[in-house]
Write a protein that binds this ligand. Structure first.
Ligand code: 5GP
Length: 190
């Protein structure tokens, strides 16, 4: 997606050869017209996949997921990272090793928001080693649903998440694929 790539080049900050910071449009401040375009692109990629709902993880997956949900006309469920006082039982909980925080945490979704037979589109902001996407997939599958696709805003193709997910048979669509962050520069795949 050209608009997204341009935004990454203009505003992305390469923190190391492994980590890209995009807090000016995705991870802290959010650019709504860009999110709408991202939602439309995901919708056009997955329109034929008979999606029933979208699952993402708070907080940075929510904006692109909501726009995709709006375009596809389906609800969006976000996995929560902390169990709230009002949400303590009847949960599907899975462990995730966080690439950016370098620690294990848990994500949970209330069982009432997932149903057996659901065809689910998973959406996330970044794909690194695939841990977040795999945790979401385990939750959907424990509920008896099916992962119909995985939509990623920014894939770091030099890490092994995309391969891992594809090898498991999931369809992965990434809107920007980064081949390298070496020497402070963003290089895109293809
Ligand atoms: P994974 O679970 O695929 O290893 O990592 C994906 C998750 O880690 C995403 O949900 C995202 O929050 C975070 N993440 C991974 N790499 C980056 C990065 O380079 N920049 C930012 N901002 N977040 C990242």
């Amino acid at each position: 997606m050209e608009l997204l790539k341009r935004k990454i080049v203009e505003e992305g900050i390469v923190l190391s050869d492994q980590v890209l910071k995009v807090d000016s449009f995705l991870n802290h401040r959010i650019d709504p017209p860009l999110m709408l375009e991202i939602g439309r692109t995901f919708a056009s990629l997955f329109r034929e996949s008979a999606i029933d709902k979208i699952v993402t993880i708070e907080s940075s997956g929510i904006a692109p997921a909501v726009m995709a949900g709006l375009e596809l006309g389906v609800p969006v469920v976000f996995a929560r990272k902390r169990k709230s006082l009002t949400l303590q039982t009847d949960l599907f909980t899975e462990k995730v090793y966080s690439f950016t925080k370098k620690e294990e945490s848990e994500v949970s979704v209330a069982t009432k928001f997932l149903s057996a037979g659901d065809r689910v589109l998973l959406i996330d902001d970044f794909l690194a080693n695939g841990e977040a996407a795999l945790a979401m997939a385990r939750i959907v599958e424990r509920a008896g649903g099916q992962v119909a696709g995985i939509g990623i805003v920014i894939e770091k193709s030099f890490q092994n998440g995309a391969n891992k997910l594809t090898e498991k048979g999931y369809r992965v669509e990434s809107l920007a694929r980064i081949a390298s962050l070496a020497d402070g520069n963003v290089s895109f795949a293809e």
